[in-house]
Design a binder for this molecule. Sequence first.
Ligand code: HQG
Length: 179
Amino acid sequence: MDHVTISKFLSLVLRHDPEAIGLQLDKNGWANVDDLIRLANARGRKLDRRIITDIVASSDKQRFTLDDAGVRIRANQGHSISVDLELQPLTPPSVLFHGTATRFVESIRTQGLQKRQRQHVHLSEQEATAVLVGQRHGHPLVLTVQAGKMCSEGHRFYKSKNGVWLTDSVPASFISFPD
Ligand code: HQG
């Protein structure tokens, strides 16, 4: 299996469905690396410690963290299952970007941005990153979010270890829509 396939597998079990291989995450989203390897191998997914270390180090988006002892691994963001990533509220830049698809825009105009299946709405500092995120859903469209204003009005923001900004929801009044 190539690294992209394994990375997607790790995202699946560490963010969404650990039970798919009988894995348990603790309340902070950590899985024991030896358990992960054993359970994956039992289901025909060839994994070993070296592959995991390589993927953690080389993942384009730095999606995963190994703890200092190399005993546990977790995803840095993107969960649909409820985990406490122990993130502290942080003041965001005045403007952040959200990449979406054009087909969602009318709904976002009325409902604002909602977290859907995930634990947070995901926002990025770079417009170019938002384009890539939006492309995953269809024809991309980048929305500008007045994050500084939101924060000053009491909305909490967090930044994941790999630099993704997270918040609970973005009311439509804080979103600039392109013409
Ligand atoms: C849309 C990737 C209609 C929202 C990326 C998005 C990211 C609405 C979709 C991370 C809506 C949810 C997350 C509303 C939001 N009406 N559509 N009211 N509110 N939406 O995949 O942000 O590669 O759950 O615009 O880089 O696309 O996996 O979220 O299009 O950081 O590491 O509902 O996933 O990271 O889609 O992506 P997603 P996302 P990884």
